[in-house]
Design a protein around this ligand. Structure first.
Ligand code: NAD
Length: 314
């Protein structure tokens, strides 16, 4: 089998290249460093917005209940938004909050002029229809990019607010000059929040895309063909390193806690790093990128709303 050919400088041209560290034979894709760069850009753009409009962009973060993992994410998101000059509106609701109450709060946030982005932390408590809740967010404030309108726009090659983790994969590839056009890209996982929008992003980047899920017949063969692999399954070390095509770019979205309490991805890291051309670490890969792209979306949403305010028709 031929190896995937590294191509540098294509879409990453004009950007300052991140530091190059190796793990095994692979170049480590440093999500932490690239996320810091994105956050600095966001801070600049948020300050520009504030100068132009007399207020900082605003992001409402809504959490229902106290799922410990969610609480960590929510705290990180609020802290990062403040650091980037984005006002954070915290809404921590008790686990007993009903769907009508959540919908009423989202309705109020949709109408609140200070709020540019609304983030609903998943999972929502049992008995609450997550689709109905997510669909109720104003698509112009949908910083997660999960609203069917935003997913539909991405599917139609006119992205607006883009799902943060897949968008983070694309940005990381750009920063390292990893060419996607014409590549065989395989996404393992087909969820609405990662796998599916990831496939749409790769298609937009003109890769030849395969999406694998529980119905896939020969997963190994699909992974072995991948010059670009995105793993989003949620099972520790699920993809053996020996399946990785030599030279491939491996983006591991999975975040799994082992019995020993450490965090690992969906790909068997060391064995994969010995074969891959590039690989993301877990943690320190797509986790920080996801938060950075969320903040970027919040400023995009603020600018989008400000532009709309100027036009007569909406
Ligand atoms: P999910 O459970 O909704 O989806 C998992 C997908 O994997 C499904 O489409 C399923 O068909 C597929 N799958 C499961 N078993 C499979 C098998 N044996 N063969 C082939 N496909 C199989 O999960 P999700 O919400 O998409 O998240 C996936 C992982 O990514 C989780 O570990 C999650 O924690 C992580 N995640 C990370 C970030 C981040 O910021 N880095 C963001 C979101 C999710």
């Amino acid at each position: 089998m031929s190896t995937a050919t590294p191509e540098t400088g294509a879409s990453g041209a004009g950007r300052e290249a991140p530091a190059r560290t190796r793990a095994g034979g692979a170049l480590l894709l440093d999500g932490k460093a690239v996320a810091a760069k994105v956050r600095a850009e966001v801070a600049r753009r948020a300050a520009e917005f504030a100068t132009r409009h007399g207020r900082a962009p605003g992001l409402a973060v809504l959490q229902v209940g106290q799922d410990p993992a969610s609480s960590v994410y929510v705290r990180n998101k609020r802290k990062s938004s403040l650091e980037a000059g984005i006002v954070s509106f915290a809404h921590d609701l008790p686990p007993t909050t009903g769907e009508q109450e959540i919908l009423a709060l989202i309705g109020a946030l949709n109408r609140d002029e200070r709020v540019d982005g609304i983030l609903v932390q998943l999972p929502l408590p049992k008995g609450v229809d997550a689709d109905r809740v997510m669909d109720s967010v104003d698509p112009d404030k949908d910083v997660d990019g999960f609203h069917p309108l935003n997913t539909g726009l991405l599917a139609q090659k006119r992205p607006r607010l883009r799902p943060c983790t897949p968008f983070g994969v694309i940005r990381l590839a750009q920063e390292y000059g990893i060419a996607l056009t014409g590549r065989n890209a395989t996404v393992v996982g087909a969820s609405n929040i990662v796998g599916r929008p990831m496939a749409l992003e790769l298609l937009l980047a003109r890769a030849t895309v395969t999406v694998c899920h529980t119905g896939t017949r020969d997963l190994r063969a699909e992974v072995e063909r991948a010059e670009v692999l995105v793993a989003a399954v949620g099972k520790a070390g699920f993809i053996p390193g020996e399946w990785i095509r030599p030279g491939a770019a491996v983006f591991d979205v999975g975040i799994n806690r082992t019995a020993a309490g450490t965090l690992v991805g969906d790909v068997e890291f060391e064995a994969a790093a010995a074969r891959a051309g590039w690989i993301t670490p877990v943690p320190g890969g797509l986790g920080p990128m996801t938060i950075a792209m969320l903040l970027s979306n919040a400023v995009d949403a603020a600018n989008l709303r400000a532009e709309r305010g100027k036009s007569v028709t909406r």
